[in-house]
Design a protein around this ligand. Structure first.
Ligand code: FES
Length: 147
């Protein structure tokens, strides 16, 4: 099926997307997009001096945020815990370093089938070590993750 769009609507939609991306680039941090397969939003950020920071406002209304860092091999699962602290887990399987996929409240490795809980503990092997936690710190109104 072919869908035709008139020139005016095409330009309006294209320019709107470009403007949003440019604004994100100017702010130096984030651009939200929806991840089609999981329905989760993905926050994109550029690292600086081996760190990446995220506005704490990203956690308003939810405790989980998927972070994708430019030129970094793995996504990062950011979580706000019940006690108000934050964690950053590398979505890398500890068996053979395959990227992990969010599955329900935990994580799944499509290569050999390992499963991890929401807090990164191994629920099913062959992986035997928990997911890697990255150091986090609060700086004003931002969460800083050391890569
Ligand atoms: S690399 Fe994940 S289970 Fe083997």
């Amino acid at each position: 099926m072919i869908i035709f769009m008139d020139r005016r609507n095409f330009l309006k939609q294209s320019c709107g997307a470009c403007a949003a991306m440019s604004l994100g680039a100017l702010l130096g941090t984030s651009f939200l997009e929806s991840c089609g397969s999981t329905g989760l939003s993905v926050l994109k950020a550029a690292p600086s001096d081996g760190k990446v920071s995220v506005p704490l406002a990203q956690f308003e209304g939810h405790n989980f945020q998927l972070l994708r860092v430019n030129n970094y091999n793995y996504d990062i699962a950011l979580q706000r815990k019940d006690d108000g602290t934050y964690s950053a887990m590398l979505l890398m399987c500890t068996h053979a370093r395959h990227p992990l996929t969010k599955a329900g409240s935990g994580y799944y490795c499509t290569l050999h089938g390992s499963k991890f809980s929401a807090d990164g503990k191994v629920e099913k092997g062959p992986a035997s070590k928990p997911m890697v936690l990255l150091p986090t710190a609060i700086d004003g109104d931002r969460l800083v993750v050391t890569l």
